[in-house]
Design a protein. Structure first.
Length: 70
């Protein structure tokens, strides 16, 4: 599994595995997978989830390595 992009605070991660893409989101004390499939779909879900994130405390998104293009 490879992490393609990480949202603010590392809350959501866009990952690829075996030619498929999916989003990892927090669930309980771990993560759960959602939106598995093609890159465009997973990336869009990731972007929507990440844009809904409200930061409890400001922290520069230093882990972010990739920005989706619109
Ligand atoms: Zn944040």
């Amino acid at each position: 599994m490879r992490v393609v992009a990480t949202s603010c605070c590392g809350e959501f991660e866009l990952c690829s595995e075996g030619g498929q893409y999916f989003v990892l989101r927090p669930a309980g004390d771990g993560h759960e997978e959602t939106a598995r499939g093609r890159f465009a779909r997973a990336a869009r879900v990731w972007e929507v989830l990440a844009s809904q994130h409200s930061c409890a405390e400001y922290e520069p998104p230093r882990r972010r390595r990739w920005c989706p293009t619109r």
